[in-house]
Design a protein around this ligand. Structure first.
Ligand code: G4P
Length: 516
């Protein structure tokens, strides 16, 4: 059972492809919660952050957001009470999918934003898959209905198809583009309009006199053709409720936040070596899903983002990070508000707190009072691009090693140290990660490096008995490397290479992901 305090938390992420309107929607959600008073502050905050750190240059140049952040805000709802929302922003670019994947391990639900004119893009499908893998239920928000969009049925069918689950339209746009009039709430038959009061219809379907006939027909068809809303099915990840609106016109956003408050699951039990840990369990436990270093180059600060899984955290508390084995006192935990950071005096299950540290906390670490629980399920993903790192100045080897270790820990890249040869290899899921790597090596570690092609296509983590691993190593030394934890990795020339070796070595497991 969850305690009342716990169930007032909603920890969710917004995911979308770039330009679908995630930033605009985030801004409006924060506004609706009274967290900020002026639209544009999310962007302003972004700019201040960019001005502060050099490596964000890439973000600036390409106009995309490459780091996730956390925003906490609260709002009162009639009949529901005060709800605290922890909104985790995710990078919208496919190249940062690893970071996004890990963020999804820390949330209980997600909002998927889709541009009504564009529909679902390939990288968005990938995100859906991760949500499914993690059992993260999705509320879909079809954005930009104030613009000319595609037929609503087409969008809905595409969502159903991409998610391989049922869609349930909760609203219906009345007109689109130039003729846009508002969104009909299917359950109440009320149309809320971009400006002015809402208009009520007598019957949602048979109100043809007021509701444009074609809209009434569409809604009737939709009700017959799609499944009715079912809370269990949504929470179980079998159904996605679909809302329509315009983030820019601040329209439909209220309905969306109300849906999160009403339907989105409160903090859920998290899988561990001791079974699922319930949020109401009294011991304070949590896990680190992200580490961000050098947010401020002046101070070399490093913040570990921890999702609190159970217990009530109080400032100054001593917790044991699993990677360290001895307790640390958490004196300056940070809560992230819209414009500001504040010290967190206490936090509940579901909350995200930032813990400043000097490298003691790593992604995947469990923090707990008793040092017994270990949370599982924070994966590394097999890289899809591998490159050799070449130094322009060979005397900088030590700095490079430190930088690669740091940045792999942060999850910017993965690093592999081959058994034969002196050139280290970095692996990423997307090209942009490599640009960030070079830029950060220069800006933060004063290391000028180049990337050269590596004769490998992908990597697999090897597990098996010591004897089997030894046998394999004997014949495949030139394809073997160690990752930053010293675990053996098979560097493959192709996907074919992987299946060939897998067939020849059935006693070994070739993992495409690795638990952190
Ligand atoms: P992102 O974070 O998902 O990348 O998207 P962002 O919010 O930055 O929005 C991308 C563009 O789409 C922006 O326009 C934004 O104003 C616009 N937009 C967002 N929501 C809506 C909507 O509901 N309706 C319409 N018509 N447009 C919307 P831009 O011109 O690229 O940026 P800006 O100059 O307006 O900031």
């Amino acid at each position: 059972m969850t305690s009342p305090a716990t169930s007032s938390r909603r920890t969710f992420a917004i995911i979308s492809h770039p330009d679908a309107g995630k930033t605009t929607l985030t801004e409006k959600l924060l506004l609706s919660g009274g967290a900020i008073h002026l639209a544009g502050e999310v962007k302003a905050r972004g700019q201040a952050r960019r001005a502060r750190s050099d490596w964000m240059k890439i973000e600036q140049q390409r106009g995309i957001s490459v780091t996730s952040s956390v925003m906490t805000f609260a709002r009162d709802f009639d009949g529901i009470g005060n709800i605290t929302f922890n909104l985790l922003d995710t990078p919208g670019h496919e190249d940062f999918s690893e970071d996004t994947y890990r963020t999804l391990t820390a949330v209980d639900s997600a909002i998927m934003v889709i541009d009504a004119a564009k529909g679902i893009e390939p990288q968005t499908r990938k995100l859906f898959e991760v949500c499914r893998m993690r059992n993260v239920p999705i509320i879909t928000f079809i954005n930009k209905v104030d613009r000319e969009g595609r037929p609503v049925f087409e969008i809905l069918d595409e969502v159903a198809d991409a998610l391989a689950l049922d869609v349930c339209p909760m609203g219906w746009p009345v007109g689109m583009g130039g003729t846009f009039e508002g969104v009909l709430d299917i359950a109440s038959g009320r149309v809320s309009r971009p400006e002015g009061p809402s208009r009520e219809f007598l019957g949602k379907v048979d109100a043809g006199a007021v509701l444009p006939a074609e809209v009434a027909d569409e809604v009737e068809l939709a009700q017959a053709g799609y499944r009715a809303f079912d809370l269990e099915a949504y929470r179980h990840g079998d159904l996605t409720p679909v809302y329509f609106g315009s983030a820019l016109k601040n329209f439909g956003v209220n309905e969306l936040i109300l849906a999160i408050a009403t339907y989105a699951p409160p903090p859920r039990p998290q899988p561990s070596n001791q079974g699922a840990i319930d949020p109401a369990s009294p011991e304070v436990t949590g896990f680190v899903f992200k580490v961000q270093a050098n947010m401020d180059p002046q101070h070399r600060d490093r913040i570990a983002f921890m999702r609190l899984v159970s217990g009530t955290f109080r400032r100054g508390m001593r917790l044991v990070p699993s990677g360290l084995g001895k307790p640390i006192a958490v004196h300056s935990p940070v809560l992230f508000f819209a414009q500001d950071r504040g010290l967190a005096d206490s936090a509940e299950a579901g909350d995200i707190i930032g813990i400043p540290n000097h490298g003691t906390l790593r992604v995947g670490d469990t923090l707990s009072e008793k040092n017994e629980v270990r949370f599982v399920g924070l994966p590394n993903f097999a890289p899809e691009i591998l490159r050799r790192v070449a130094l322009k100045d060979p005397t900088k080897t030590k700095q490079l090693r430190k930088a690669l270790d740091d940045l792999s820990e942060e999850g910017v890249i993965q690093v592999f140290y081959p058994e034969i040869g002196a050139q280290w290899i970095v692996g990423v899921v997307g090209q942009l990660q490599l640009d960030v790597l070079i830029s950060r090596l220069e800006a933060e570690y004063k290391v000028a490096a180049m990337l050269e092609p590596a004769p490998f296509d992908t990597a697999r983590w090897l597990t098996g008995s010591e004897a089997d691993l030894r046998d394999f190593a004997e014949f495949n030394k030139s394809n073997l490397a160690k990752d930053r934890d010293g675990d053996p990795v098979f560097l493959a020339r192709s996907a074919w290479d992987v299946s060939y070796q897998q067939e020849r070595n059935p006693a070994l497991a070739f993992g495409a992901t690795k638990e952190r």
